[in-house]
Design a protein. Structure first.
Length: 360
């Protein structure tokens, strides 16, 4: 009969992991939880430990998913009341759900159809050229007509797309401007310089423009190049930003939880308990809308309308069950929280887009 790692003959008097003193009757170390066994690891032992841990997590995962989706607010209440071994960690579960959601979103939504950002100067130049082409045939072939043609050409030349040289300001003059004015002027010059020369290297550009080789100048020139690249292919930045959204929302939720805490200041909940509730609700959002994305992709039906209705009802029930207040109070706070959420989300989106572009 094959020996088992749990057999009494393999138990030691000291934990091999943390060296805590043990008795032969100790099956596990009370300090670190490691199995009390001195048996050498074999192939079947390794896989037995691996799959036992995997199925233990799988069991918690299934229980977490079931309670989270079908008993709004219960999982948060159970978790703060100490029933934590039954469920997956809310923060880890959130990250898993959010990454899966954005993977599905990327799969079902192509960025190829995102149109390039239009260059107003180029459009204006085309319109002026069209206007010139329309005016020329109407000119009468007389000396007066020649004067009329000269006048039209001069007017069109005044309005043509200007070169970076016409906006160029020497570094000495930039030093006399305010920080914001100088940065804005340099960004305009850099952008026009790049469009005319297609030089991507910041050091080469600074040499050509006779500007100092500073870290800030290099960074600002790179942003000018990036902006022109994003205008031509916005899908690149869009994909870059979407990949960061799970982590952006992860850091946004603690701010939102602060407002939940203020709204329920008189209720016996601390900040961390509000935060756990917020993460559970956001995880549900990702799961519901991930399913909606898949259904919409496959069937092209009313999946998002159904998802919106389901999530609104879910959020109301979760708030009512978790905080234990009546219908009227819950509805009022439901409306207030959603109002606060969208305002904060708008501010967070602007900050996140600017920050993402700054490090793009």
């Amino acid at each position: 009969m094959a020996s088992n790692r749990f057999d009494l003959k393999y138990r030691g008097t000291k934990c091999l992991n943390c060296e805590f003193p043990l008795d032969k009757s100790d099956k596990y170390c009370p300090t670190c939880g490691q199995l009390n066994s001195t048996k050498k690891l074999k192939f079947d032992d390794f896989f037995s430990e691996f799959f036992s841990g995997l199925f233990a997590y799988d069991s918690r995962f299934q229980r977490t998913l079931r309670v989270l989706l079908f008993s709004p607010g219960k999982i948060s209440k159970d978790y703060i009341n100490g029933k934590r071994m039954c469920y997956a960690n809310p923060f880890r579960f959130y990250l898993s759900a959010s990454i899966i959601f954005f993977l599905i979103w990327s799969f079902t939504n192509s960025c190829e159809n995102i149109q390039p950002i239009t260059d107003d100067a180029a459009i204006q130049q085309e319109l002026e050229q069209d206007s010139l082409n329309q005016d020329i045939p109407n000119i009468i072939p007389t000396p007066a007509g020649d004067m009329n043609l000269d006048s039209i050409i001069q007017n069109q030349q005044k309005n043509r797309a200007k070169s970076y040289r016409e906006f160029y300001v020497p570094n000495e003059e930039l030093d006399t401007m305010s920080y914001l004015d100088a940065s804005n002027r340099k960004l305009n010059i850099y952008s026009r310089f790049y469009k005319e020369t297609a030089i991507r290297n910041a050091e080469t550009a600074m040499d050509s423009l006779a500007y100092p080789q500073t870290t800030y100048n290099h960074w600002l020139y790179k942003k000018a190049v990036d902006w022109n690249t994003v205008k031509d292919n916005p899908g690149l930045f869009f994909n870059y930003f979407v990949n960061k959204l799970p982590f952006i929302i992860f850091f946004y939720l603690p701010v939102f939880a602060l407002f939940i805490w203020l709204l329920y200041l008189r209720r016996p909940f601390n900040y961390m308990e509000h935060l756990i509730f917020a993460f559970h609700v956001q995880t549900t959002f990702f799961i519901v809308y991930a399913l909606a994305l898949l259904v919409d992709y496959l069937l092209k039906n009313w999946a998002f309308t159904i998802a919106n209705t389901v999530f609104i009802f879910y959020l109301y029930k979760a708030m009512r069950n978790f905080y234990g207040q009546g219908r009227v109070k819950t509805i009022v706070k439901f409306i207030l929280l959603n109002f606060i959420f969208f305002i904060l989300a708008g501010i967070a989106a602007i900050i996140s887009i600017l920050a993402s572009f700054a490090i793009y």
